[in-house]
Design a protein around this ligand. Structure first.
Ligand SMILES: *Cc1c(COP(=O)(O)O)cnc(C)c1O
Length: 379
């Protein structure tokens, strides 16, 4: 294992990040206030169009604040896509609320509209209408926007759109992050662009933005002394991190192109290998940033080669790959909560693998990946 490690999704800096950090130092705005925060928010607002952005210190904080803004309280029920990262669901428990997990459909791997409606109808019959629906764009592939919106609208339940993995993805030309009543992004180290750690909350109204800002900065009343009438949070992004974000926004389009070209590389690599399917968007209405390229392996067709076999072969060559997200209803911490649907998410988890997808992988890296794959699958 002398060769460098190929990571699943490493950070990829541009040319301007250090300049903006230097500006923060030069002006001494080493704080969760400053010009980089204002500018990065404006950049994101311009990118999304007619949306209001509040930068926060993580995507998880954004999801938590989103639930607070939607009025979710202790004892309330919140529907959440089961197939996702734990950060989508944890904030439900932070609020003392009850997660109700729902299966995926096989086309976008996201919230199944049929199982969603079953869940809503059954929860209402049991006496409680869910307070919110958390829908996720997994691996940068948009969920079934129209079908989910129709179900949510029918029962008048707001959508909290977890767009942590989908900055730059779109559906029918509209950007992810602009679909939910509230949406969030993550800028954690592994995401398509990163601020080292950070997130954003997206709303459609200035009023909600101001409310989010107030709650994210300790809910200080308008008084010369420290007075608090409400519970506040310390969730704002630092001006240093926002400087990284400003620089990353300048290269976002090129990062999306590079991730998509990694995905194209895998489509070609696996085209001739029976039993391995690269995950692609359902149709042309969907545009994915392909934050991570993922595959499903049917080991009945591959003579027993599974995702785990491939993962270990990659590991041997110092290449990182990972299983898909393990569904939340199968997690020990969430096992006591209700679940609706069948085994779509579970079967994706069993068959899937996330492949190295970084925008900064070199041609040499691609050759190493290709060698492992061709070696393993040669009959
Ligand atoms: C990364 C991620 C989050 C959490 O974002 P952090 O910034 O790491 O807190 C939430 N949901 C999904 C689907 C994610 O992938």
């Amino acid at each position: 294992m002398s060769e460098n490690k190929i990571w699943l999704s490493p950070p990829h800096m541009g040319d301007s990040e250090l300049k903006y950090i230097q500006e923060a130092f030069d002006t001494n705005w080493i704080a969760p206030v400053g010009a980089n925060i204002d500018a990065f928010e404006q950049d994101l607002e311009a990118y999304l169009g007619s949306r209001h952005v509040v930068l926060l210190n993580s995507g998880t904080a954004a999801l938590h604040l989103g639930l607070v803004l939607l009025g979710v309280q202790a004892g309330d029920e919140v529907i959440c896509q089961s197939m996702t990262f734990a950060a989508s669901a944890n904030p439900i428990l932070y609020q003392g609320a009850i997660p109700v997990f729902v299966d995926s459909e096989a086309e976008s791997w996201n919230l199944c509209p049929i199982a969603l409606e079953e869940a809503i109808v059954d929860r209402i019959a049991k006496g409680k209408k869910p307070k919110a629906i958390i829908a996720v764009h997994l691996y940068g592939v948009p969920y079934k926007i129209e079908a989910i919106r129709t179900v949510a609208g029918k029962y008048e339940i707001p959508i909290l759109e977890d767009s942590a993995e989908a900055l730059g993805s779109s559906y029918k030309g509209q950007k992810c992050g602009a679909f939910g009543d509230i949406a969030i992004f993550s800028f954690n180290g592994s995401k398509i662009i990163t601020t080292s750690g950070g997130g954003a909350l997206i709303t459609s109204s200035k009023l909600l933005k101001d409310r989010a800002l107030f709650l994210a900065t300790q809910a200080k009343d308008d008084a010369p002394y420290y007075q608090h009438s409400e519970l506040g949070y310390n969730y704002r992004m630092s001006n240093i991190c926002a400087g990284i974000g400003r620089g990353q926004m300048e290269v976002l389009d090129s990062r999306i192109d590079l991730r998509r070209s990694m995905h194209e590389f895998y489509v070609e690599l696996f085209a001739a290998i029976d039993g391995v399917d690269v995950f692609i968007v359902p149709n042309d209405d969907y545009f994915a940033n392909y934050w991570l390229s993922t595959i499903l392996i049917d080991s009945k067709i591959t003579n027993g080669i599974s995702g785990e076999t491939l993962r270990l072969a990659f590991k041997e060559a110092n290449i990182e790959s990972r299983p898909l997200w393990k569904p939340m209803h199968l997690q020990p911490v969430f096992s006591s909560y209700p679940y609706y649907g069948s085994t779509v998410a579970e079967s994706l988890f069993k068959k899937g693998l996330c492949l190295p997808s970084g925008s900064n992988l070199t041609n040499d890296d691609r050759m190493r990946i290709k060698t492992v794959v061709l070696e393993l699958f040669k009959q």
